[in-house]
Write a protein that binds this ligand. Structure first.
Ligand code: SAH
Length: 249
């Protein structure tokens, strides 16, 4: 929960939103608004969710643990983010936090932690990731929040992969295809990018990925990027070529 650029707080709420409805906020949200941000009855904020979009709202009851708002008029229609997922091997805490925040800002629809052979951190706090994705969504003015899935082993993920979704595997070995032309050829299809851990993919993992019909190995150029850089770079290029960065699309 953070104030957005114009200092008006944007709050993700799961409750359905319609004009004139009265909504009791969660205890966490009440604490944040009334104790941390010191808002009071009569103060305004905005509330949003993926199904209903974003609405102005006014606080009509402010307490330490409960806060009720009246929903006013709609200010943004619901909009879903492009159909791109980020699959990444969890990194050290700060770097993982960074990846979740940036992937949310870069408009991913889902975030899936993937445990590979060289993944250093197997302890994944899914609840914490979900909270971070919500907070980043509040800050960046999207109306949907990425789905954060529990961690999954790479093999399990590949065994149950939905065949129509292209999996762009970020291959640091320089053997991958050019990312711009590959994204362009496959635009319009559901997609995912897979970023390896700091230690990279093992030769066995790379061979397995290269043999799957839904996988395309791609390169992000001649330099080895840190995993968090690779995640951001791949998502940015995909959004520019095949996502919603183009005006009028
Ligand atoms: N330890 C490896 C580097 C891993 S970098 C080594 O020393 O060779 C972490 C991840 O970022 C990689 O697994 C890959 O998914 C991605 N990555 C980094 N640089 C890349 C590049 N130039 N092209 C494609 N993917 C890259």
């Amino acid at each position: 929960m953070r104030p957005h650029s114009k200092n008006k707080i944007r709050l993700f709420v799961e409750t359905p939103l319609t004009s004139a409805a009265e909504v009791d906020l969660s205890a966490d949200a009440a604490h944040y608004l009334c104790n941390v941000m010191r808002l009071n009855e009569g103060d305004t904020l905005s509330c949003f969710n993926a199904a209903d979009g974003e609405y102005d709202a006014r606080i009509i009851r402010a307490g330490k643990k409960n806060c009720r708002v009246r929903i006013l008029s709609q200010i943004k229609a619901p909009a879903v983010s492009p159909d791109i997922w980020l699959l990444f091997a969890p990194l050290k805490k700060d770097k993982t936090d960074f990846v979740i925040e940036k992937a949310t800002e870069l408009g991913v629809r889902a975030i899936i932690p993937v445990i590979t052979r060289n993944t250093i951190t197997e302890r994944v706090k899914t609840e914490r990731f979900i909270a971070q994705a919500k907070e980043a969504s509040e800050q960046c003015e999207r109306t949907d929040v990425p789905v954060v899935r529990p961690p999954v082993a790479l093999g399990t993920l590949l065994d149950s992969w939905p065949a129509e979704r292209i999996l762009f595997f970020l291959d640091e070995s320089l053997g991958g295809a050019d990312c711009v032309s590959t994204f362009d050829q496959l635009k319009g299809q559901p997609a995912a990018v897979l970023v390896g851990p700091e230690g990279g993919f093992t030769p066995g993992e790379k061979a397995e990925l290269d043999n799957l019909p839904f996988v395309r190995g791609i390169s992000l150029g001649p330099r080895i990027l840190r995993a968090e850089t690779a995640a951001c770079a791949a998502l940015a290029v995909w959004q520019a070529v095949a996502g919603d960065w183009k005006k009028g699309e």
